[in-house]
Each structure stands twice: as C-alpha cells, then as structure tokens.
Design a protein around this ligand. Structure first.
Ligand SMILES: CC(C)(COP(=O)(O)OP(=O)(O)OC[C@H]1O[C@@H](n2cnc3c(N)ncnc32)[C@H](O)[C@@H]1OP(=O)(O)O)[C@@H](O)C(=O)NCCC(=O)NCCS
Length: 172
C-alpha cells in the first residue's frame, strides 16, 4: 500500500466540503453530524482561507489529506487545538469501497505523527460517536487508549450524543 499523509493544500479543501455536503442523512447520523449545522460552501471556504492565512502556532484547525497511490482517499482534521499541548482529531475515508482494508489505521498512525510534530502536542484525543463501530475499532488498532464514554455535543457540527473518548500520548 503506497499511502501518504500530508497537510491538505488550499485547492484540495473542496474535497472536505463536498464530502459533508454530498453525504447521505444516514452517513451524517452515523458521524453524529446535524445537517442543519453544516456551513454553506462559501462560508466554509472563507473559514478555511482564514485558517490557512495564520501561522501553524495560531491555527484553530489543521487538515491532512490521505492519498493511496497519489489519489485522495480520505482526510483527517484536528481542532480544539492547544498548541504545545493537545488537540482532537477526526478521520474519514471518502468512499465506502475504500474502507475496511487497513488504510484507515495506517493513515491514522501517520496523521497522529504529523499532528504531534506540527502542533508540538503532548496528547491527541479523538471522540467518535459511541455507536459508530469503524472509528472506535480503528483508533484502538492505531494505538489509542480508551478513556470513557459520555454524553456531549462534541463539536459545532454535531448533535448531542454518546461519544467514546480516546487518547494517544506522545512517545516519551
Ligand atoms: C473510520 C474509518 C476512517 C476507518 O478506516 P478503515 O480503512 O475502514 O479502517 P481499517 O480498515 O484500518 O480497520 C480498522 C479496524 O476497524 C474495523 N472496522 C472498520 N470499519 C468497521 C465497521 N464499519 N464495522 C466493524 N468494524 C469496522 C476493521 O475491521 C478493523 O478491525 P480489526 O482491528 O479487527 O482488524 C472509515 O471506516 C471511515 O471513513 N468511516 C466513515 C467515516 C467515519 O465514521 N468517521 C469517523 C468520524 S469520528
């Protein structure tokens, strides 16, 4: 598998916007995303332009692209960033036919390494919907440790839901 993970270029960000805007209601439900909370494409583009204009130390979000044989297959984003300390990550493979073949685990491992390096993190969290088996299994497989299951609104796009909180600590 020739997988690569790198920071997403501004011209590649449409891929993220399209992924959410084109998703079925069932897929958004599984992700715990409230469709009425998705920003319009133009608002989303403006937010990304603002983010990309800031130095990495001041970013509120960071987006990575996952490629297989040089073609995009997925992405990860980090938010709730406290530079030098911690952040939360998200993980998505774009097409269902590319899932469950090991790419997610490998890309999560590579993404975590990049987040630790770029954001000088001590720990990286991830909080998928508790009923969404794919990311929960993948995080465990990628070396994350389970912390707890709790009810919360995990982010600005989400509805109130049960989530599982996972953590990966920086290698000492
Ligand atoms: C989560 C995701 C990125 C994982 O990527 P992936 O390529 O499917 O993961 P892998 O093939 O590396 O699988 C890792 C483990 O999870 C398991 N798994 C993945 N998807 C699963 C599913 N839907 N049901 C049950 N197990 C699943 C695999 O069988 C494997 O288990 P193993 O450790 O026993 O071998 C991908 O499934 C995805 O994009 N899902 C939709 C988006 C999503 O839910 N994102 C999470 C938002 S927080």
């Amino acid at each position: 598998m020739n997988l690569s993970v790198q920071e997403m270029l501004p011209q590649e960000l449409e891929l993220v916007i399209d992924y959410f805007h084109d998703a079925t209601p069932e897929h958004l439900e599984m992700l715990g995303v409230d469709p009425t909370r998705l920003p319009s494409a133009s608002v989303w583009r403006e937010r990304y332009a603002m983010e990309y204009s800031r130095p990495v130390e001041q970013r509120a979000a960071l987006v990575l692209i996952w490629k297989l044989d040089n073609a995009p297959i997925g992405f990860s984003s980090a938010d709730k960033i406290k530079f030098g300390s911690h952040a939360n990550m998200h993980l998505h493979i774009l097409k269902s036919e590319d899932r469950r073949s090991g790419c997610g685990t490998a890309c999560v491992v590579k993404s975590a390494q990049l987040y630790f390096a770029m954001l000088k993190l001590e720990r990286l969290f991830c909080e998928p919907n508790a009923f969404n088996v794919g990311p929960n299994r993948t995080l465990q497989r990628a070396g994350f440790k389970y912390l707890k299951t709790h009810n919360t609104v995990p982010g600005p796009l989400n509805f109130h839901q049960a989530v599982t909180r996972w953590v990966l600590e920086r290698d000492k």
